[in-house]
Design a protein around this ligand. Structure first.
Ligand code: ATP
Ligand code: MG
Length: 425
């Protein structure tokens, strides 16, 4: 038997009803904030991610699905391609490629789609997973650098999670400053790590050399006391970054959005500047981050694009669904009615009635004239319908239908032109 590949999943009903409800709500909320959808390819040139995500990141060093795509004709060169591990690099590539900066306004773009990382599969961590993300990007003259954009994005996320009915979330906020701040901070970390790094895990020993900031990401329990004593990023922010972060916080305070400052949250991607954030959820265990994001003021230039500061986030949709389910949210779309044709020649009458009802917005399912009454009731029960509508010779003649409430067991006779109103819930 052929099975789905480890780390990939089939999403089945009724779970897919919840996925669709989440995505419908996302589109509804994003539209109210004037975001519009962008769809980029699922695979791209490998160098896009190497440059756009960062050579030193976990994603690029060990998590990408990369292959050599051979040319089809002898004259065609082979090409290194990669399944997208995230979508920001693709969005910024498209922004540059289509000259969206020339419109001179802020681009507010969102996407929903699969991403691919070769990780150790576990609950909330898959090799194909889904992200819902958005980016606000544009020329500085359009206000793309303003802390108002950071606050608006964070406020939108809080509204989205609230409207989805998710309760147990926490916003973790930090500022990683600008490139110069981080260079000074990295230097300070290097110094501080020198006398202690030999006590730390192998990954940290390597990171201390290549990218000391990443040491703060370490989850190894024995390393934690050491990490807690390292210098804090806030002491290395320059005046502009400090002021910028204070403005973001003041706007969040003004609208009553609670957050926790987490100075260790430096995020996995190299391109972040200034504001970084994660929304975590207590029911997700080790995979606690429902979403992450931040500002990436130099990303466009690092991909040979124009100056285009931006801020964005990616929600892990799989984890969002797990968190909602942990809080008891279910969204099986319920069926209003099951139509049971009774006796030979009744299938077309049943199809006609179902057509009327479905066009009037009733969710209904349809039986078959070969079913006996008992089998119709069984089928109606399995379908999850609220009502069963019996349709025999007499009903067609009189245009009055016996409608039984399957949970309450009560029955009423309803006229054809009142049926849709009666059944629609
Ligand atoms: P983590 O620290 O959990 O590995 P990350 O920092 O690698 O997360 P991001 O690159 O910031 O994650 O992606 C944003 C969100 O996408 C995460 O907060 C998470 O919800 C989700 N996500 C990331 N990797 C996976 C995965 N392999 N499976 C499911 N969801 C994921
Ligand atoms: Mg990761």
């Amino acid at each position: 038997m052929i099975r789905a590949i480890r780390g990939t999943r089939d999403l089945l009903p009724p779970d897919t009803d919840l996925w669709n409800r989440v995505e419908a709500k996302v589109r509804n909320v994003f539209a109210r904030y004037n975001f519009h959808e962008i769809r980029t390819p699922v695979f791209e040139d490998t160098s896009l991610f190497a440059r756009g995500v960062g050579e030193e990141t976990d994603i690029v060093t060990k998590e990408m699905f990369t292959w050599e795509d051979k040319g089809r004709a002898a004259s065609e060169k082979s090409h290194s391609l990669t399944l997208r591990p995230e979508n920001t690099a693709g969005v910024v590539r498209a922004y540059i490629e289509h000259g969206l900066d020339k419109q001179g306004k802020l681009q507010k773009l969102y996407y929903i789609g699969p991403q691919f990382r070769r990780e150790r599969p576990q609950k909330g961590r898959y090799r194909q997973f889904y992200q819902i993300g958005a980016e606000v990007i544009g020329p500085p003259s359009a206000g793309s650098e303003s802390p108002a954009r950071d606050a608006e994005v964070l406020e939108m996320l809080a509204t989205l999670l609230d409207e989805l009915g998710l309760r147990g979330w926490t916003l973790q906020l930090n500022s990683v400053g600008c490139a110069a701040d981080r260079a000074r901070y990295n230097q300070a970390l290097r110094e501080a790590l020198k006398p202690v790094v030999h006590l730390m895990c192998e990954d940290c020993q390597r990171r201390a050399e290549t990218n000391p900031l990443r040491v703060l990401d370490c989850k190894v329990p024995e390393d934690q006391p050491i990490i807690e004593k390292l210098p804090k990023i806030s002491a290395y922010l320059d005046d502009a970054c400090r002021k910028n972060f204070a403005q973001v916080r003041a706007m969040l305070d003004a609208v009553g959005i609670l957050y926790t400052i987490n100075e260790r949250m430096v995020r996995g991607l190299d391109y972040y500047t200034r504001t970084t954030f994660e929304f975590t959820h207590g029911d997700l265990g080790a995979q606690g981050a429902v979403l992450g994001g931040g500002r990436y003021d130099g990303l466009s230039e690092s991909l040979d694009g124009p100056k285009a500061p931006g801020i964005g986030f990616a929600i892990g949709e799989d984890r969002l669904i797990l968190a909602l389910q942990a809080e008891g949210v279910v969204a099986a779309e319920s069926l209003d009615a099951y139509i049971a044709p009774l006796g030979a020649g009744m299938n077309s009458h049943a199809l006609k009635l179902a057509r009327e009802l479905r066009r009037a917005g009733v969710r209904c399912d349809l039986g078959d004239e070969s079913f006996r009454l008992k089998k119709s009731f069984e089928a109606a029960g399995k379908s999850g319908a609220h009502y069963i509508v019996i349709l025999g010779e007499n009903e067609v003649q009189s245009n009055e239908f016996a409608v039984k409430n399957l949970s309450a067991g009560t029955q009423e006779s309803i006229a054809r032109d009142e049926l849709a109103n009666y059944l629609r819930r």
